[in-house]
Design a protein around this ligand. Structure first.
Ligand code: ADP
Ligand code: MG
Length: 253
């Protein structure tokens, strides 16, 4: 069924991909990906390295273009040349493996920067919100710390707060714990779990299977640019039918 543009309501998917195709030169990276995500859902994307997970995430907020199919966010065509990309990226927060905080700014200043500089919002209001967000990611007391004074997990939580400061409707997480020491992974996962529990729509690429099982409403397994298998965690982890999924799970579980 073709996508139709119209007024989006919450009864419709907040993110909808239909037969998305993406290539880099002659290399086909996404080979017809279709999926729908409802508001408030938590979706985990898992799969081997190179299977197109990061590319998929980047196509959703138009950091990468697509060669076929369509992607809609809140009913709007993301890859329509007329779409206001800044407005789209305000709606979609993104957190990567590399947190890239500004090293010479404090945690609080890092969180405040985009709303003040990009959205030109009132500094006093932004500061109030930034302090609340720092509490929310459980970093109260670290407002004035510089990134270099924080652990990897703490820096990643500042990065999450920084993203939330733009008041997104959807959060994308691309292997946000992959570069962290094992002891700080958990605190970042707890932060994401808090967000999910509050009803934030989350799309996560992750290798944390226990976490995926616990928080995801739906799991997608990708291999070579296609969704090989998907389902709710209960069935996905116990009843995977595709041999590639089974093999992957046998290696990571
Ligand atoms: P994953 O996140 O699942 O590891 P990626 O989406 O990063 O996979 O990559 C999928 C494929 O696309 C890989 O073969 C990768 O080499 C290729 N690729 C990713 N980004 C680019 C790029 N900017 N230019 C060319 N090829 C790319
Ligand atoms: Mg990746």
């Amino acid at each position: 069924m073709a996508h139709t543009e119209g007024r989006w309501t919450e009864a419709q998917p907040i993110v909808s991909l239909k037969d998305v195709r993406k290539s880099y030169g002659t290399v086909q990276v996404l080979n017809g990906i279709s999926l729908d995500i409802m508001k408030g859902e938590v979706v985990c994307i898992i799969g081997p390295s190179g299977s197109g997970k990061s590319t998929l995430i980047r196509c959703i907020n138009a950091l990468a273009d697509i060669q076929g199919g369509s992607i809609q966010v809140e009913g709007q065509e993301v890859h329509d040349a007329k779409l206001d990309k800044l407005a789209l990226r305000k709606k979609i927060g993104m957190v990567f493996q590399q947190y890239n905080l500004f090293p010479h700014k404090t945690a609080l200043q890092n969180v405040m920067m985009a709303p003040v500089k990009v959205l030109k919002e009132n500094r006093v209001e932004v500061e109030k919100r930034a302090r609340e967000l720092i509490r929310k990611v459980r970093l109260e007391g670290k407002e004035n710390s510089y990134p270099g004074e924080l652990s990897g997990g703490q820096q990643q939580r500042v990065a999450i707060a920084r993203s939330l400061a733009m008041r997104p409707d959807i959060m994308l997480f691309d292997e946000v714990t992959a570069a962290l020491d094992p002891e700080t992974v958990k605190e970042v996962l707890v932060t994401i779990k808090d967000l999910a529990a509050e009803g934030m729509t989350c799309i996560l690429v992750t290798h944390e299977m226990g976490f995926a099982r616990e928080v995801a409403d739906h799991i997608y397994f990708t291999d070579k640019g296609v969704i090989v298998e998907h389902g709710p965690p209960e069935t996905f982890f116990t009843n995977a039918s595709d041999p590639r999924t089974r093999q992957f799970l046998s290696q990571v579980l």
